[in-house]
Design a protein around this ligand. Structure first.
Ligand code: LLP
Length: 432
C-alpha cells in the first residue's frame, strides 16, 4: 500500500505522519497507538466550511457526529473548526460539555434516550433534540413543562430508502429501529402535536440513511420523500419546515478500490433539489444540515502496532501477529471491514508478501487485515494500519482485559497525547 493523502510521507524508507516518524511515535508512546493528523482533520472541516457552509450562507449547517471519535480534545478541535456537534448519549454530551463545548451548538440523537439523558440535555440548554419515535415527545413535553423550557426539536423520519452498504450500518429502511415511520396516521399527528406544542419548537425533519456511502442517489431519493412531507406539513398545518438534516454517511477510502468523494458531490445536488422543489411549490426552502463523522476523522487516523509472532502455515496462510486487535478495531470482525497496512520502518521496500495481520486476542475472527501486501515482516517491526480514525477508538473494548490504547495527535512536528494509555489498575477500577 502506498500511503495516500497529504498527511503521509516516506523519508529514508520510514513512514511519516505529518512531520513525525511513525517509528519514533511507536517508540515514544508505545503500541498499539492511535495517531491522528490535526492537519487532515482540519482539511476536512475546511472543505465543509468552504464548499457547504460558506457556499450557502444561512441555508447550511454542519455538525460533527461524535460517535465516530470523541474525546475532550476532539470536541475542542471541532469547536475551533466552527462546526456543531452531534451526540447520541449522556456520555457523549458529558464529554462535550466537559471540554467546554457550548450546549447550544449540540444536537442530541438516539432512538431510546432515557429520561435522565433528556432531563440533562434540556436542563443544560442543548441546541436541538432529534426526536426519534412516537412517545419521546411526551417525555420532552413533561420535562420542558417541569423545567419551564421550550426545546427546539427536529423529527427523524425513516425515509424507506435502501443504501448500498453493510446491513448493520443502513438506517433508513422501513424496518429500521430509527426514525418515525412515514405512515400517514403516525407521522402527521406527531408533527401536528409538535407544531402546536408549547414545550417544543418544531425546527424540521431529519433522516440518516446509512454509512460509508459513495453514491448520492439514495440521499436524493430520501430528500425527495422528505420534501413531499414538507409540502404535506405546509398543506395540513400551514407551517414551514425550517431545516432538513440529512445525517452523515459520506464514504471514505479504506482500500485502493475506494475513493472519498468531495462533499460537493453529495451536497450541491441536494441543495439544488431543495431549491427547485420549493420554488415550484411556492415554499420557503428549508436549510440543509449534515452530520458527518467518518468522513472527518476516518482517514485522519491510523493505528500503529508492533509485530510479534509470525506464523507461516505452508500452503495455507502466513500470519503476522500484532500487539492489539479486535479490542482496538472491532470493524473487521463486526462488518468484514477491509483495511490496508504498511510496515512503517520498511515503507520504502517493495510490498510483495501476502499475509494476514491478526491480533493477540483469543478469537479466530481477530484479524485486522486479511491478505495484506507487506514487505517481509519480522518481530519488532512497526505496522501502520490506515484509515482507523473513525469507529475504532470509539468502539474499543477491554476484551481479554487488554487496556485501551493511547491516542496521539500530530500537528506538524509536534505529537501530544490526547488520551493516555489505560493502565491495568484503571482498567479494573470499577470492578469490586
Ligand atoms: N448522523 C446520524 C444520525 C447517524 O446515525 C450517524 C451514524 C452519523 C450521523 C454519522 O455517520 P458517518 O458520517 O460517520 O457515516 N460503527 C459503524 C458506523 C455506525 C454509524 C452509525 N450512525 C462503522 O464502524 O462503520
Amino acid at each position: 500500500m502506498t500511503p495516500q493523502g497529504e498527511m503521509f510521507d516516506v523519508k529514508d524508507g520510514v513512514l511519516y505522519i505529518e512531520d513525525v516518524s511513525a517509528v519514533e511515535l511507536a517508540e515514544r508512546f508505545g503500541t498499539p497507538l492511535y495517531v491522528y493528523s490535526r492537519g487532515a482533520i482540519a482539511a476536512r472541516c475546511r472543505e465543509i466550511r468552504e464548499d457547504f457552509l460558506e457556499r450557502w450562507p444561512g441555508r447550511a449547517a454542519a455538525a460533527y457526529a461524535g460517535k465516530a471519535f470523541l474525546t475532550p480534545e476532539m470536541a475542542r478541535i471541532i469547536e475551533r473548526e466552527g462546526l456543531m456537534l452531534d451526540v447520541v448519549s449522556g456520555g457523549e454530551f458529558f464529554t462535550a460539555l466537559k471540554a467546554g463545548f457550548p450546549a447550544g451548538r449540540i444536537k442530541f440523537h438516539g432512538n431510546n434516550k432515557t429520561k435522565a439523558e433528556l432531563e440533562e440535555a434540556i436542563g443544560r440548554g442543548v441546541g436541538h433534540i432529534v426526536v426519534d419515535g412516537t412517545d419521546e415527545l411526551d417525555l420532552i413535553e413533561e420535562i420542558c413543562g417541569r423545567l419551564g423550557k421550550r426545546q427546539p426539536a427536529l423529527f427523524r423520519i425513516a425515509p424507506e430508502v435502501e443504501a448500498a452498504t453493510h446491513d448493520h450500518i443502513t438506517t433508513g429502511k422501513r424496518d429500521s429501529k430509527f426514525g418515525v415511520p412515514m405512515d400517514e396516521h403516525i407521522l402527521y399527528p406527531l408533527i401536528g402535536r409538535a407544531i402546536a406544542s408549547e414545550s417544543v419548537i418544531f425546527e424540521g425533519l431529519h433522516f440518516h440513511i446509512g454509512s460509508q456511502l459513495f453514491d448520492n442517489a439514495p440521499y436524493l431519493e430520501a430528500m425527495e420523500r422528505t420534501l413531499d412531507v414538507v409540502l404535506e406539513i405546509h398543506r395540513r398545518f400551514g407551517s414551514a419546515v425550517p431545516m432538513i438534516a440529512v445525517g452523515g454517511g459520506f464514504g471514505i477510502r479504506y482500500t485502493a478500490g475506494e475513493e472519498r468523494r468531495p462533499y460537493l458531490y453529495f451536497l450541491d445536488p441536494l441543495m439544488r433539489q431543495v431549491e427547485t422543489f420549493c420554488a415550484a411549490h411556492g415554499l420557503k426552502a428549508p436549510a440543509v444540515g449534515i452530520e458527518p463523522g467518518r468522513s472527518i476523522v476516518g482517514e485522519a487516523g491510523v493505528t500503529l502496532y508492533r509485530a510479534g509472532a509470525i506464523k507461516d502455515i505452508p500452503g495455507a496462510v502466513k500470519y503476522v501477529s500484532v500487539d492489539g486487535g479486535m479490542s482496538d478495531n472491532i470493524r473487521p470482525a463486526l462488518y468484514g471491514a477491509e483495511y490496508e497496512a504498511v510496515i512503517a520502518n520498511k515503507a520504502g521496500q517493495t510490498a510483495s508478501d501476502r499475509v494476514t495481520v491478526c491480533g493477540k486476542l483469543c478469537e479466530t475472527g481477530d484479524r485486522i487485515v486479511d491478505g495484506a501486501l507487506l514487505a517481509e515482516a519480522s518481530r519488532g517491526d512497526v505496522l501502520c494500519v490506515f484509515a482507523t480514525g473513525a469507529y475504532c477508538y470509539a468502539m474499543a473494548s477491554n476484551y481479554n482485559k487488554i487496556p485501551k490504547a493511547a491516542v496521539v495527535l500530530v500537528d506538524g512536528a509536534d505529537a501530544s497525547v490526547i488520551v493516555r494509555r489505560q493502565s491495568y489498575e484503571e482498567m479494573i477500577a470499577c470492578e469490586m
